[in-house]
Design a protein around this ligand. Structure first.
Ligand SMILES: [Zn+2]
Length: 247
């Protein structure tokens, strides 16, 4: 679960919303300049990672715009009086992967972690695909509540994620709310555990090599955790890096 990077609403979306406050998601998708600017800007909210599982997003292959408050089919998605139209509300649009349902045929051969992205079984579906149309009030934690300074999670050798009891800036979050959230998004499915365990080993190797060559490892860690000039991170699993190397 990724901390949220505050990115300004694209001007194209603001104009579109103001002109037609009741527009649906389908209306937005059909308006090409708005659709393109939303698709290009939303990933920066997770610095190029899925806001839920923290895998790297791949445009046209393993990326979708996720509605945190579900868009209720294709209508104006207010739930309560005074609610904004969640279908096209900037705060509600999050970057997410396809949750382990990426079609194998779409996967370029250059993608080395394709086995952690393609469909294997329904037990391995996660993130927005697993969440479906559930409203956040059933127990999802908003990415805005996830601190970026320390990890709320700790990671077992097999890649399983758990509540980090030592985390301090947790606000009202506790073991129960974190366990519930992990379950509601299926973040401990075998596919994601394997991907995290494999990544952790790779990172350890890179860290050891840097240490042995007397490089400044704190610089290396900063590089792993800081978005590049395009606003994207080079490494996946931000919280795992944060836990292993910063706290
Ligand atoms: Zn994901």
């Amino acid at each position: 679960m990724m901390p949220y990077f505050h990115i300004s609403e694209p001007l194209e979306l603001e104009k579109f919303r103001t002109a037609d406050p009741n527009a649906t998601w389908a209306d937005l998708k059909a308006t090409m300049n708005v659709n393109i600017s939303v698709k290009n800007t939303v990933p920066k909210k997770g610095a190029g990672l899925c806001i839920y599982c923290e895998q790297k997003l791949i445009d046209k292959v393993d990326f979708q715009v996720e509605h945190f408050v579900p868009k209720k089919g294709d209508v104006n998605s207010s739930y309560l009086p005074g609610d904004p139209n969640w279908a096209i509300h900037w705060d509600n649009l999050l970057p997410a992967c396809l949750g382990g349902t990426a079609p194998a045929g779409n996967m370029p051969s250059s993608i080395c972690d394709s086995e952690s992205r393609i469909y294997t079984s329904k037990n391995n579906i996660s993130c927005g695909q697993f969440k479906g149309d559930k409203h956040p009030n059933v127990g999802f934690i908003s990415p805005k509540e996830i601190p970026s300074s320390e990890s709320l999670f700790l990671y077992e050798v097999d890649g399983q994620m758990k509540f980090n009891h030592k985390a301090k800036n947790v606000g009202s979050l506790d073991k129960n709310s974190i366990d519930k959230h992990i379950g509601l998004l299926n973040l401990n499915c075998e596919r994601l555990k394997r991907a995290r365990a494999k990544f952790a080993l790779m990172l350890e190797d890179e860290f050891d090599v840097a240490q042995q060559s007397y490089e400044d490892v704190s610089e290396l860690i900063e590089k792993w955790l800081t978005p590049n000039a395009d606003g994207l991170l080079d490494q996946p699993f931000f919280s795992l890096i944060l836990k292993r190397y910063k706290s």
